[in-house]
Write a protein that binds this ligand. Structure first.
Ligand code: FCB
Length: 454
């Protein structure tokens, strides 16, 4: 099978893999870590498949050296991980837990020693439970606490970390957590979702300021999830439904971050509910950034609801589906990257997440032959290559994920890793996609080197 089908990517293109603290670390009661909303949510009957939780996860907290060795073997340029706020400030504000900071300090050093750049995400959904008890993201005080937390982390790691992502997917933080109740903390109110989104965005803007101060010269961005939304048919009401749904999921975040305004049509749709915007908020949210991180896996189809309510998601089976039921459609990733470049003039982009869950099994030879994932990654990486060749400034690509891990409300039932994790023993098993990615990275470097030779 072809390793490299796309045009040559530049020599400085960043090849990475991504993870998040709650999904891999485990050790939830160790070294003074405070409770997070995910620890609490996992105890709610029926909230997470099989009653799973991140209590042990991949035990990355103890096994990170073994995992850094795997990254090195892959030839990664960069590793994207998140800092768990409740490890650093167990109550969300106030008392700093030095052992929490020490953990990330050691991890950063270990990565740098292995020649791997740390790409640090500051919020990947594990809000300290104490802050949720005081109102959570719908409360403005949570944004203030976040800015302070970011300062604490940046003061410690800011001399070595050169790439920061403030938030991961504020759409999921707000809508899945506070609107639909399918993620922690499991609340269900439109007004809460709108307030949560606004405060997450505001905290992003304030965090940019903290990072510029405490980690001068570093690159700062945010990771936004965006899936193209298409109408299920040609009816004008379906076309309109798709436009609005794109407004809720993508423009609601792109516009304030990149233009300093919320989209009018979506504001109208939610009226009389509205985000709690104070003077100066939108200017803070639109703080200039060095890059936008794009998390994309697929696309969605919708049709209009007969009662004029929220658009209805429709399943189409035109392409292959992953184990999440998501259509394999590399052109969608290219479309999102191109849109951000053309419509929003984003200076630089990283694909901060892309990958696929498949129902991997260890065969009789003890190995995991995940051909479908290899094909998925090959085709998506090719799409990124074509996008770069077309002039879109994509600087790097991070596979979701290095390891199989805790997939939120799906628990351990969905495997996204290049490395299979045998949960009872925590043994790591390299999948065939691991070998493929290693060859793809090496091949890309060789191609780039020969392209610059006379
Ligand atoms: C994204 C999340 C990430 C992971 C992937 C599959 O929405 O950021 O943590 O769960 O989906």
């Amino acid at each position: 099978m072809d390793v490299q089908r796309s045009p040559a990517l530049p020599a400085d293109f960043v090849w990475g893999a991504a993870t998040a603290a709650y999904q891999i670390e485990g050790a939830v009661d160790e070294d003074g870590r405070g409770e997070s909303i995910w620890d609490r949510f996992c105890t709610v009957p029926g909230a997470v498949r099989g009653g799973d939780s991140g209590a042990v996860a991949c035990d990355f907290y103890h096994r990170h050296s073994e995992d850094v060795a795997l990254m090195r073997e892959l030839g990664l340029d960069a590793f994207r991980f998140s800092v768990a706020w409740p490890r650093v400030l167990p109550e969300g504000r106030g008392r700093v837990e030095p052992r929490g900071l020490d953990f990330y300090d050691r991890l950063v050093d270990e990565l740098l020693e292995a020649g791997i750049r740390p790409f640090v995400t500051l919020y990947h959904w594990d809000l300290p439970q104490a802050l949720e008890d005081a109102g959570g993201w719908p409360a403005r005080a949570t944004a203030e606490a976040f800015a302070r937390y970011v300062e604490v982390v940046a003061e410690r790691l800011g001399d070595r970390v050169r790439h920061w992502t403030t938030h991961n997917e504020p759409f999921c933080t707000s809508w899945l957590g506070y609107g639909y109740g399918i993620h922690a903390p499991g609340r269900r109110a439109v007004a809460d979702a709108l307030a949560a989104a606004h405060h997450a965005l505001l905290s992003h803007g304030w965090a940019v300021e903290s990072l510029r101060r405490a980690s001068p010269g570093s690159e700062v961005g945010i990771a936004l999830d965006s899936w193209p939304v298409l109408p299920a048919g040609d009816a004008p009401e379906d076309v309109e439904a798709a436009r609005l749904e794109d407004g809720v999921a993508s423009r609601w975040f792109f516009d304030p971050v990149l233009r300093g305004s919320y989209p009018e049509d979506v504001l109208e749709r939610f009226a009389p509910a509205a985000p709690p915007v104070l003077d100066g908020d939108l200017a803070a949210i639109a703080a200039p950034l060095d890059f936008i991180g794009v998390n994309n896996y697929s696309r969605r189809f919708v049709r209009a609801a007969p009662d004029g309510g929220a658009p209805i998601g429709v399943r189409v089976a035109s392409g292959r589906l992953t184990d999440m039921g998501w259509e394999v459609h590399p052109g969608s990733l290219a479309a999102v990257l191109t849109r951000l470049h053309e419509e929003y003039a984003v200076p630089a982009l990283y694909v901060t997440e892309n990958g696929a869950a498949f129902a991997d099994v260890r065969g009789h030879d003890g190995r995991v032959h995940d051909l479908e994932r290899v094909e998925y990654l090959r085709d998506y990486v090719a799409a990124v290559g074509e996008t770069v060749a077309a002039g879109v400034p994509v600087r790097g690509y991070f596979v979701w994920s290095l390891l199989d891990n805790f997939e939120w409300s799906y628990g351990y039932s969905k495997r996204f890793g290049l490395v299979y994790v045998d949960y009872p023993t925590l043994e790591r098993v390299r999948k065939d996609s691991f070998a493929w990615y290693r060859r793809a990275i090496a091949g890309s470097r060789r191609a780039a080197a020969s392209a610059v030779q006379p």
